[in-house]
Write a protein of this length. Structure first.
Length: 302
C-alpha cells in the first residue's frame, strides 16, 4: 500500500525531468496517473509530440501500474479541461494535480521582447491557473484535492536574465496561497516547490566561468529529479497546505513567506523629502540586499 493508493493523479510535464519522476513515483505509490506533456522544446512555441508522454505512461504500465497519456498544452484552458475529463473517463476520479510543466526563454530584460514575455507567462502562470481552475470545483465538491505547483528561487529570490520566468513563478506563489486559503474549509490543499535538479532546462544554462561550471557539476551529481519527486508525491498525499518548499538533493527546505519587517511612523505625516531624509535611512538596515542570497540557492528552472 503506497501513500497514493486508490488515488488518481494528473502530472503535467510528465515526459521528462521532474515531471516524469513525479509520474513514475506516484504510480509506484499506488496512484493511477494521467501523464500530460505537450512534447515540445524547452523554449515552447512548437507543435509538440504525443510520443514522450505515452512513453512515460508505457513505463508505468510495464511496471504494473495504471496510466494514460495526454499531449494537451497547459497553456490552453480547453486542453486543461480535457486533462480533467480524461482522468474522469479513464479512472473515474481525480485527487491531485502535480504541475511542473514549463518552458524557458531567458534574456536580459532590456532585450526581452513581448513574445518571450508572453510565452513564459502563458505556460507557467496561465498554465497553473488553467489546470487549477479546470479541477478545483471537482476537488471542492468531493472535499478532497491537492495541488503541487512549482515555483522557483528565480521568483522567490531573483535571478538575472529571467524577468519573465521570475514574474510567472512569483505569480504562482500568490495563486497557490489563495487557492490554499479558499480551499481549506473544503480540504483542498495547495503547496509549491522550488526545485533543484538536473533537467534539460538546467542543461541550457550557459557556463561562463569555473565557478558556474563547478555549480553545474554539483547539480548533475547530487541534485536529481527523483529527489524532488519524493517531496512532490508526499505533498500530493498529505494534509499540508499553503506552504513553500525547496528540494535540494536530500535536503527539504521550508521557506518563510513575505511579512512586514520594519515600519516607521510620523504623526504629522510623511513628505517625500522627509522620507528621503529620515524614513528610508531608518529602514535601510532592514533592506534586502540584491546579491546577498545569490550563492545560497543557485539557478533552478523547472
Amino acid at each position: 500500500m503506497g501513500v497514493l493508493s486508490g488515488k488518481v493523479v494528473l502530472v503535467t510535464g510528465g515526459a521528462g525531468g521532474i515531471g516524469k519522476e513525479c509520474a513514475l513515483l506516484a504510480a509506484k505509490e499506488g496512484a493511477k496517473v494521467v501523464v500530460n506533456d505537450l512534447g515540445g522544446g524547452v523554449s515552447g512555441g512548437d507543435l509538440g509530440d504525443a510520443g514522450p508522454a505515452e512513453q512515460t505512461a508505457q513505463e508505468i504500465r510495464a511496471a504494473g501500474g495504471e496510466a494514460v497519456s495526454n499531449s494537451d498544452s497547459v497553456a490552453d484552458m480547453a486542453g486543461a479541461r480535457r486533462m480533467f475529463e480524461q482522468a474522469m473517463d479513464s479512472f473515474g476520479g481525480l485527487h491531485a494535480v502535480v504541475n511542473p510543466a514549463g518552458i524557458l526563454r531567458d534574456k536580459m530584460f532590456h532585450k526581452m521582447d513581448e513574445a518571450d514575455w508572453d510565452a513564459v507567462i502563458q505556460v507557467h502562470l496561465r498554465g497553473a491557473f488553467n489546470v487549477t481552475r479546470a479541477t478545483v470545483e471537482h476537488f471542492r465538491n468531493q472535499e478532497d484535492g491537492s495541488y503541487v505547483h512549482f515555483t522557483s528561487t528565480s521568483g522567490l529570490i531573483g535571478n538575472i536574465g529571467q524577468a519573465n520566468y521570475a514574474a510567472a513563478k512569483l505569480g504562482v506563489m500568490g495563486l497557490s496561497r489563495i487557492v490554499a486559503m479558499e480551499g481549506a474549509a473544503k480540504n483542498v490543499r495547495s503547496n509549491i516547490i522550488a526545485p533543484f535538479a538536473w533537467t534539460r532546462m538546467i542543461a541550457t544554462i550557459p557556463v561562463k566561468d569555473e565557478a558556474s561550471a563547478q555549480r553545474v557539476e554539483r547539480m548533475k551529481n547530487f541534485m536529481r529529479a527523483d529527489q524532488v519527486a519524493q517531496l512532490a508525491v508526499a505533498l500530493a498525499a498529505s494534509n499540508v497546505n499553503g506552504q513553500i518548499f525547496a528540494a535540494r538533493g536530500n535536503e527539504v527546505v521550508l521557506f518563510n513567506q513575505p511579512r512586514p519587517v520594519k515600519s516607521v511612523t510620523k504623526v504629522e505625516g510623511w513628505s517625500p523629502a522627509d522620507l528621503i531624509a529620515q524614513g528610508f535611512p531608518a529602514m535601510q538596515a532592514s533592506f534586502t540586499d540584491l546579491g546577498a542570497t545569490a550563492s545560497v540557492f543557485p539557478y533552478d528552472p523547472v
